[in-house]
Each structure stands twice: as C-alpha cells, then as structure tokens.
Design a protein around this ligand. Structure first.
Ligand code: SF4
Length: 217
C-alpha cells in the first residue's frame, strides 16, 4: 500500500501533540556525567533501561572513571554486568572503550559523532544518545521503537536505522531531534507497541496513515 507523503508541517504538528502527551519523556538511563551515560547506553543493548539502572550504581562506585574501568579485571566486570545480557561482550567493549578514552582523550568523552563511533562498542544510536543527552548537541536516536513508529506515521520509509535517521534528520529541525526520540520511545512503550498498536487511545490517531495497524486492544 502506498502511503501519502507526509510534509514537514504535518509531522511537526504530530510531534507537538506527542510532546504534549508525554511531557515527562526523558532519557531513562540514570547518569550524572557523559562517562556514566556512555557506560549505561552500552549496557542497554538488548536490555531494559530499568535493568541497567539496577546495575549501574554499583558499577559506577567500583569504576568511577575511564581509568578505573580500563584497569578492570574482566571477570569482575563481567559479574557486575551479567544480568544485562551479552555480558562478556559488553565487559570487553567497556574495558576497550575506557582504554581508548584514556589513551586518546585524557579520560574525557568526546562530543563529536566521528570520534564517538570510533570507540569500541559505540554505534550511531549510542553516539546520538550521548550527543543529545550529555552534551546538548542534537542527536536523532533511532531504536526499534522510533523506527517502527516513524514508519507507521509515514515520517520515514527506510528499514535500516541509519537510513531512518537520515530521513528524520531531513524532516525535523535539529533542535527537536533529541526530544523527538524521547517522546517516540515513550509512545512506543505506552501505546504504539510492536504487536499491539493501541490506536483507539492514540493521541495522534487522526494524523496517522496507518491507524489500525496491528491488533487493536
Ligand atoms: S494510530 Fe496506531 S499505528 Fe498510528 S501512531 Fe497511533 S498507535 Fe501507532
């Protein structure tokens, strides 16, 4: 089915509505500085933010900065992050990432996309989380919620996160990217779920070209 082309004006009104619906939308990963957000975001792959937030207090106390993490014993770190899943790979990436921060950036987290994605364990999604939430640099995060919802809303048609990100960055003004991702993620968790799109209660039902998609509640 060919969907109608969504204009920027139409998308912005829809985004206004979603932002008004979810004023509490924010980065759900607990952190106090860019380093902590980087660690939490790496751990959040294939894991819930709630689970990550249970793990990070002890982790940040044990390894308060990249220098401490770079010197971590892999087995000890693996035990601390085990409940987040894929723990061996995550521990390996955390140690390698911390060592790179120490070696190249004096233990600071860089604030440029190219430098961030060159770090072990950091892809564009993680880099955009850091840019938008730690440095107030616009970052368009595309996770599974964002990708699914923007395709339903007709804001993007691509299937890969990188291409969806590029389409969204063309559609929305940069100053709205970071919060757009937060509200779309909230909407994806609370209403426009993968299997159960709750269209009858959706705040943008009258603006969605795929209203009724999936199984209605
Ligand atoms: S109308 Fe349905 S498919 Fe469209 S955004 Fe709302 S919940 Fe999702």
């Amino acid at each position: 089915m060919k969907l109608p082309r969504i204009t920027r004006a139409h998308a912005l009104v829809t985004l206004d509505c979603l932002e008004a619906t979810y004023p509490e939308a924010h980065c759900a990963l607990a952190h106090q500085n860019p380093w902590q957000l980087l660690v939490a975001t790496i751990l959040s792959a294939q894991c819930t933010d709630t689970r990550v937030n249970l793990v990070t207090p002890l982790l940040f106390a044990r390894y308060p900065d990249p220098a401490a993490m770079a010197a971590a014993e892999p087995a000890e770190l693996e035990a601390l992050v085990r409940s987040t899943g894929f723990f061996r790979n995550k521990a390996k990436n955390l140690i390698a990432c911390a060592a790179e921060l120490v070696r190249k950036y004096k233990g600071e987290v860089p604030r440029e996309m190219a430098a961030l994605v060159a770090l072990p364990g950091v892809g564009r999604k993680t880099a955009n989380v850091i840019l938008g939430n730690a440095f107030d640099v616009p970052g368009m995060v595309v996770d599974t919620h964002v990708g699914r919802i923007v395709r339903r809303l007709g804001w993007a048609s691509a299937q890969t996160p990188e291409r969806v990100e590029a389409q969204l960055c063309r559609l929305l003004p940069a100053k709205r990217w970071t919060q757009a991702a937060h509200v779309l993620i909230f909407h994806g968790r609370q209403c426009c779920r993968a299997q159960t799109a709750w269209c009858s209660a959706c705040p943008v039902e009258d603006r969605c070209p795929q209203v009724g998609v999936g199984r209605r509640k």
